[in-house]
Design a protein around this ligand. Sequence first.
Ligand code: NAD
Length: 475
Amino acid sequence: MITQYKNLINGKMVGTKDVLDVVNPANEEVIGQVPACGAEELNQAVSAARAAFKEWRKKPIEERRQVIHAISATIKENTDELFRLLTSEQGKPHAQAKGEILGASMMAAAQSMFDLDDEINEDTEERLSRTRRVPVGVVGGIVPWNFPVMMAVQKIAPALLSGCTIVLKPSPFTPLTTLRLAELIKDVVPAGVVNIITGEDSLGPLITGHPDIDKITFTGSTATGKKIMEGASKDLKRITLELGGNDASIVLPDANVEKVAEQLFWSSFTNAGQICVAAKRIYIHEDIYDELSAAIAEYAKNVKVGDGAQQGTAVGPVQNKKQYERVLELVQDAKDNGYKFLVGGDHDPDIPGYYVPITILDNPPEDARIVAEEQFGPVMPLMKFSTTEEAISRANASEYGLAGAVWTANPEEGVRVAEQLETGTVWVNEFLHLSPNAPFGGHKQSGFGAEYGKEGLLEFTYPQVITVKKNNVPA
Ligand code: NAD
């Protein structure tokens, strides 16, 4: 029997007549059904969030923090159940799914550590001026399918800490773990403060256009981000957009080939390449190109692609059919253009599941689609460069600006290069690490605003300046 999941609205788990199927990408079987919400259910969720906002915003920040800690603890206590469910809907191997669940618990707690104290602007004999931070109101959170639980939590935690309430919409491809989490936290969060509703993509614009939602926090593609910005402009909703990337790694000639090969591999192929900050283009200095590309290819040959629920699987399927077909299209384009494959290139269309074998391309040209576009899948192009300045300029020749990395035996030179990359995050000799204390956001078309850190929290607030003239009391 297919499990039926419900939505969280006003502290209760509720279903709808219409439902959506959710498919396991490892075998294409339907594993659950979730409510297919429309305007009516959205209105109920927004009304609940609006009503709850009146009291929630007045709670002392310590009380709000305790609720976030309770969410964090609930996630942790239920790790085993949640990570297995996550693998079944998202596809990532069990170890990575467990990492996401534990990471979400940790991030919730870490994001609740900030304070929102008033700031004094002027304290003179004449006047006292202070800035306080007031919550924006009801937040609409819209989440993608690559890290469904982590992304949900990283929107819920700062919203709640700031005093906002939230209506969250998971991706229609990966709503199950978030809805199970909704059920688990419903008794630790006051009714209406967190509402989680599911539906097709068409529910997204209804959220963006809802007159009683004050802010949208969105993670997803740049194309959808632009639609959200347009939709939100009608009533000037506040927006935070975390969007796509075509993240470049630059490997300088002094990098130790043996040390970096495996790390470069995982910087690209973790979560089957479906990470906004995964390395999507790797530029290797010509002095070490042959040796390093051979080492990466050799490492790749021993990595098992398969069902994430099976032991030994290190790379799971692509999460959904649309993305699977897009990745295969990019591979086909590379074939049609005669680009050289170091690893992969063929797949078996008769095996059920959205499996794309690990694929590595050998020095395709800069205008190849696999280089110029965000692949978001287990296909990586390696490119050769001659001078550092050339590599920087090629890395920056993108409309995106999310993240990048520099690999070198000389960290000072790494920082010099990093400072010239036009991205919101740059790692030197590291990859995929995001700190809850540091703002995370994209430059150029990779985003608008930031999440994480104090900066991310402040995006859920308005500054309000109260100025009192001391010697002008009209008594
Ligand atoms: P997507 O934009 O298709 O969908 C994301 C969410 O938006 C889903 O919940 C979807 O239902 C909803 N949506 C779709 N159309 C909408 C509309 N018109 N208005 C409002 N909401 C709408 O993205 P995806 O395919 O789920 O995710 C992959 C993309 O997300 C990649 O480009 C990736 O780089 C990006 N991403 C970015 C980050 C980041 O932090 N910068 C993190 C993860 C993923």
